[in-house]
Design a protein around this ligand. Sequence first.
Ligand SMILES: NC(=O)c1ccc[n+]([C@@H]2O[C@H](COP(=O)([O-])OP(=O)(O)OC[C@H]3O[C@@H](n4cnc5c(N)ncnc54)[C@H](OP(=O)(O)O)[C@@H]3O)[C@@H](O)[C@H]2O)c1
Length: 388
Amino acid sequence: MKKIVLLGSTGSIGANTLQLAADFPDRFQVVGLTAGSNNDKLLLQIRRFRPQVVALADEKAAERLRRQCRSRRDLKDLKIEILSGMEGLVRTATLDEADIVVSAIVGSAGLVPTFEAIRAKKPIALANKEPLVMAGAIIQEEARRRGVAILPVDSEHSAIFQSLSGQRRGDVHRLILTASGGPLLDLPLAKRRTIKPAQALKHPTWRMGTKITIDSATLMNKGLEVIEARWLFDIPPDRIDVVIHRQSIVHSMVEYRDGSVIAQMGIPDMRGPLAYALNYPERLPLGLPALDLTKVKALTFELPDHKKFPCLGYAYEALKTGGTMPAVLNAANEIAVAAYLSGRIGFLEIARLIRKTMDGHVPQAVKNLEDVLEADRWGRERAMKAIS
Ligand SMILES: NC(=O)c1ccc[n+]([C@@H]2O[C@H](COP(=O)([O-])OP(=O)(O)OC[C@H]3O[C@@H](n4cnc5c(N)ncnc54)[C@H](OP(=O)(O)O)[C@@H]3O)[C@@H](O)[C@H]2O)c1
């Protein structure tokens, strides 16, 4: 029985993880859950999975949850700790009983809990890519020092991880990340200015949280994944390529020096890569619909249009610049996406805001997590000032 702490349980990856826990009760036990502020959803999860610790980032939401739990008869006998704030998230992430931590908070809020889970020597099933974007070198160094495995959940990185299995690292020529292209792939540049969030949130192949769906529409998600791949697989940016693959069947590929390409395929369902990370190296009978390539018929691959999707280039640039620049890129993107979703800026301004914030930043070397958090603060402030 594997005991799971799930950070970000009320989100899309959280729901998929809990679905797996419900489908395989003899394999997984949920011992800890965390969320941002959604106490109602967390309450439902507590009733279903009966964890020993939960935490909400928002103090008031945690207080509401305590009141809800006290008033429920079915929870009277449950010994549960309800924690709050960053301290509560970290305590849950480092729970003694946990065998594995699923890192599925969205954005930079996941950095400290994920880092502390690594320091507590917990294997990580990593969905939350932003911490690696912000602090890849520091996180990987900490994981190496503590002998902690970081198992990718992102479908692209899971595909690369699987395609590297049994191969010699020295034989790898390049990684090829696939991208669906998101909902706006074919929309001409001139029409992008007026795109409303409702349109940008209509992803053609994946159901995901709002932030990552907008990141998919700008291709920033692929840029963040390039940075994630650089740190997960220790490979330089000029050997990581991106191709548009509309069908989301080939999840990514590795090209070897003899010209062979190994790819991993499957239907687009996050339970595949999640279960692989949670139960590695054993595969579980997930009962998902079979991939029928005769129905898919054609698999297509195209080069991304950097004029339409400047964010992809900005991510490469930030990665090559290094130091604090990736954290600043990430911070500006988080602020820009939130501003777009709340109607404060237009779609094209997401990229402009990131560009402006990066242009105003003088990158510094990163020695520790505090340097990264400081760069994150700087990037947020600068981007917010630019909006207002
Ligand atoms: N969704 C996918 O299919 C997918 C695929 C690959 C990678 N990922 C990555 O996985 C991560 C999660 O994505 P998602 O789509 O599951 O996001 P999501 O649906 O938006 O869920 C985000 C989760 O994070 C919590 N959260 C938000 N702000 C927080 C804060 N300040 N402190 C603590 N918790 C906070 C949310 O809690 P509340 O509900 O209370 O706000 C929720 O549980 C992202 O980094 C994404 O890039 C996702």
